[in-house]
Design a protein around this ligand. Structure first.
Ligand code: TMP
Length: 246
């Protein structure tokens, strides 16, 4: 039950990881897989996913020098998160959809907490203020060595966090993610990001199937698609099956 009394019937999956881990590729592949199977889903990202969030993303990732201080970062990421939760994630979950979000609150704990040194408790309180009790049902952490991830980034994907933070910062972020995952093993799946895209995708599909239980049948990568799969998650057939909030 949500704080405001609404019941969520969907499933909230987040993808996390250090720079260049391949989260966005997996988010798109998973969304495409669900849509091919007729399973309603919404795919979105942080920061972003709403008009406000995309404007905040521009400020956060491409702000001129001097960079925002870590507390300003934490507040801005959570401002974008509050809007995304209210405008996109909560309504989709209430419609019974699977919501795939490329980064969420664990990124703030990893980057602004473990990376930049802000206290985790304050960051958790801030997140609760921003999104209430909204928490992922499943979080996939795509882990890989910092140097490998930074090497993978294309020039047009480079943000302030790669340009201005040193490798040690990114090591703390990676270790932070792994610590978070170890502290909540039931919520996290940790995947080795050095594996092929297909192997990673299979692991995610397997974890999603386990998380959903008998509620929705998600076919594996090599399985045929069930023709009436959409009816397995919702009884509202008029709903569009994929919303892209980028
Ligand atoms: P990306 O989604 O393309 O990886 O870019 C988002 C960048 O913002 C990435 O460097 C991680 C960083 N970030 C934070 O520092 N804190 C946060 O809460 C989030 C969502 C992202």
């Amino acid at each position: 039950m949500h704080l405001d009394g609404k019941r969520r019937s969907g499933f909230f999956l987040t993808l996390e990881g250090p720079e260049g881990s391949g989260k966005s590729t997996q988010a798109q592949r998973l969304a495409a897989r669900l849509i091919d199977s007729g399973i309603p889903c919404t795919v979105t990202r942080e920061p972003g996913g709403t008009a406000l969030g995309e404007a905040v993303r521009q400020i956060l990732l491409h702000s001129p020098e001097p960079s925002p201080v870590p507390a300003a970062d934490a507040l801005l990421f959570n401002a974008a998160r509050a809007q995304l939760a209210a405008e996109v994630i909560e309504p989709a979950l209430e419609r019974g959809e699977i919501v795939i979000c490329d980064r969420f609150g664990d990124s703030t704990l990893a980057y602004q907490g473990y990376g930049a040194g802000l206290p985790l408790e304050a960051l958790r309180d801030l997140q609760s203020f921003a999104v209430g009790d909204l928490r992922p049902d499943l979080t996939v952490l795509i882990d890989l060595p910092v140097e490998d991830g930074l090497r993978r980034k294309q020039p047009d994907q480079v943000t302030r966090f790669e340009e201005r933070a040193d490798v040690e910062f990114h090591r703390r972020v990676r270790d932070g993610f792994l610590t978070l995952a170890a502290s909540e093993p039931d919520r996290f799946l940790v995947v080795d990001g050095r594996q092929t895209v297909e192997v990673i995708e299979d692991s995610i599909l397997q974890a999603l199937r386990a998380g959903l239980g008998s509620r929705v049948q998600v076919p594996s990568r090599n399985e045929a698609v069930a023709p009436d799969a959409s009816s397995q998650i919702t009884s509202e057939p008029e709903r569009s099956s994929l919303r892209m909030n980028r």
